[in-house]
Design a protein around this ligand. Structure first.
Ligand code: NDP
Length: 598
């Protein structure tokens, strides 16, 4: 089929075959179980390098209205919305030493947001903060989280460096009793909880990790003591060092340019390349920013979310995300009138996706002169099989002579005392960085790091053993007054803080009403939960063909069709614009439909 945008033939069947072959090369029968997590003998990979060790405080014993577990954008949003609804008797807990969540833990060199900061950073209109750039650095995001903590007076309500270790429902008192590793006991009417998504390091289960005699750490626990510099770069400690990076996802895209500038030799161990689109970062145009009309941020967030979920709306954001989704929309819109079947639409989207991918692959040749390196860097899978990447300095960094690329699509044999072994060849290194992502494919309770005992002794670990079972993602029967925020079974969006804000508004509405009306318990009805599970199952059946043709990753449970443990692979409901709108309708109706309220 001739492709006018490329001026060349696009052989759809050949591309499908290439995508299939590339996927099959990377399939692992162990699925998510090919990973180990930062616990037990690997616990050191999760240790906090940023906090002051040995901070002691007396245990806290309190009776409160709301306990918010997690101080990332989810916890901050809940705290801020509760405070603005005059619910002030709450606590926020986190095992980190400050606000930030993802942005507390991830401080690696080069870190930035990959969504426009004007819609990524929540509450900009409340705080009056002006992001310095279109895609700001991680340090600025972390500092903004601290600013939110101050702005909404959340610090005085927070307990940091505090890990929950148990939680049980007291039905007679209608209270959750939550204990922590510091000996705190908090009795709360309501609990909001989110097992954070990008905080728990994941490592490949390669033999020899503990044998390596150099320095080894995960990207989300950067060892600046060894590398020197900071998240802005200038890693002076690496000038004479041979550094290896395992993994080439969104994180590696940001780390590699900094490591390439600082180290004497950089070796990238790549299993699957990321498709690297244009970044186009720029300082904020402050004249434009100050001229925005009140209500602009929510409008901009909603327009972005609607567009990237296939709604043909006006959206002022022109970036790699919107351009891709606009391309799919235009392809569907340009179908002839008699070609409107689901198959026609899917075929049009697939073709548009192939064309888009082809342009992204062509971009590799624009920057990388070594043909073998360039070949390896070209991604062959549908765009939304993985989180797409955007960078203007990753490909130029890969082009450097001091940077080499090792194809590990067939696996890494081992880590030895001296380096990484692939196909029987040992690559000697002084330092290894795992940019291998986060624990996302396991059960809710494993990720949370604690279990929850609900009504009648039912445990979350039992109920969610094969995946979450909720109503609207937030509520689960037999776990009254507990709200599951995050990537659960609600509508999700590419712009995670937007989703968290929607969840926070919904929870705040319910909590504020319950407190005002003297209501004690709220819980999903069996019928509502069951109906929701059927809807989720139907969505998953519809999504299955796309997921199955994808290369393995955390979006499709590492290619393991029957693995339903993770909410991410199997949990999201219909497109989030509809979902968020349905919540507004639900609140306007005011009758708690689907919930038992007593
Ligand atoms: P990912 O899970 O996206 O990537 C992990 C990488 O490690 C993949 O390239 C994976 O390869 C590789 N890997 C895993 N196991 C092995 C192995 N045994 N051998 C070789 N390679 C291996 O993690 P990231 O930290 O890159 O990103 C996680 C998420 O964080 C992103 O999806 C994104 O949503 C978010 N993020 C957001 C950013 C932002 O700017 N807002 C920046 C960075 C991350 P394979 O693909 O083959 O599995």
């Amino acid at each position: 089929m001739a492709d006018p945008t490329l001026g060349a033939e696009l052989n759809v069947e050949a591309l499908r075959e290439t995508y299939r072959a590339e996927r099959d090369k990377r399939r692992r029968s162990a699925g998510t179980d090919q990973y180990v997590f930062a616990e037990g003998r690997f616990a050191r990979f999760a240790e906090d390098p940023y906090s002051v060790p040995g901070v002691h405080r007396d245990p806290v014993f309190e009776d409160i209205d709301v306990l918010v577990i997690g101080a990332g954008f989810g916890g901050i949003s809940v705290g801020a919305t509760l405070a603005s609804a005059s619910v002030t008797n709450f606590r926020i807990l986190d095992w980190a030493a400050d606000f930030g969540g993802t942005w507390y833990w991830n401080r690696y060199p080069g870190i930035r947001c990959d969504i426009e900061s004007y819609i990524y950073l929540p509450f900009l209109e409340d705080t009056g903060y002006v992001p310095t750039e279109r895609y700001v650095r991680g340090r600025e995001i972390f500092e903004y989280c601290q600013l939110l903590g101050r702005h909404f007076n959340l610090y005085e309500r927070s307990l940091f460096q505090t890990k929950v270790n148990g939680m049980a429902w007291d039905d007679a008192e209608s209270r959750w009793q939550v204990s922590t590793e510091r000996g705190d006991v908090l009795r709360a009417r309501f609990v909001t909880t989110q097992s954070g998504i990008f905080d728990r390091p994941q490592l490949p289960a390669i033999p020899g990790i503990e044998d390596f005699e150099g320095t080894i750490f995960h990207s989300a626990r950067w060892d600046y003591g060894y590398t020197g510099g900071d998240s802005g770069g200038d890693l002076v400690g690496l000038r004479d060092k041979r550094v290896g990076v395992i993994g080439t996802g969104a994180t590696a895209l940001q780390i590699v340019p900094e490591l390439a500038r600082s180290s004497s030799e950089l070796r990238i161990f790549q299993r699957t390349p990321t498709a690297v689109g244009v970044r186009d970062n720029a300082p904020t145009d402050t004249d434009w920013f100050s001229a925005l009309s009140p209500g602009w941020q929510q409008e901009r967030q909603v327009a972005f979310n609607n567009l990237v979920n296939g709604e043909d709306v006006v959206c002022d954001i022109d970036d790699g995300w919107t351009r891709f989704f606009r391309r799919l929309l235009d392809a569907v819109k340009s179908l002839p009138e008699d070609a409107g079947s689901a198959e026609d639409i899917e075929a049009a989207k697939e073709l548009a996706d192939f064309k888009h991918n082809e342009l992204v692959r062509t971009r590799v040749d624009d920057y990388v002169k070594d043909p073998e390196k360039a070949r390896l860097l070209k991604a062959h899978y549908r765009t939304m099989c993985k989180r797409p990447g955007f960078s203007d300095d990753y490909l130029p960094a890969m082009d450097r002579d001091s940077v080499s690329l090792v194809d590990v699509s067939s696996g890494i044999d081992a880590i030895s005392k001296a380096g990484v072994v692939v196909g029987g060849v040992e690559y000697p290194l002084d330092c290894i960085v795992f940019a291998t992502g986060f624990e996302l494919g396991t059960t809710w309770s494993h990720r949370a790091g604690y279990d929850v005992i609900g009504r009648g002794g039912l445990r979350v670990s039992e109920k969610f053993a094969q995946g979450m079972k909720t109503f609207h993602g937030l509520f689960s029967k037999d776990f009254p007054n507990l709200f599951f925020l995050g990537l659960t079974q609600g509508g999700t969006t590419t712009n995670v803080p937007h989703m968290l804000r929607e969840q926070a508004e919904h929870v705040t509405y319910i909590v504020a009403r319950m407190l005002a009306e003297g209501l004690a318990q709220v819980e999903a009805t069996a019928a509502a939960e069951e109906a929701w599970q059927l809807e989720i199952a139907a969505v998953n059946v519809a999504r299955a063909p796309f997921q199955e043709q994808c290369t393995p990753g955390y979006f499709n449970a590492e290619g393991m069709k029957g693995d339903t443990r993770s909410g991410i692979a199997t949990g999201s409901y219909r497109p989030s614009p509809q979902f968020f709108r349905s919540w507004r309708v639900w609140r306007d109706a005011g009758d708690f439909e689907g919930l038992n309220v007593s």
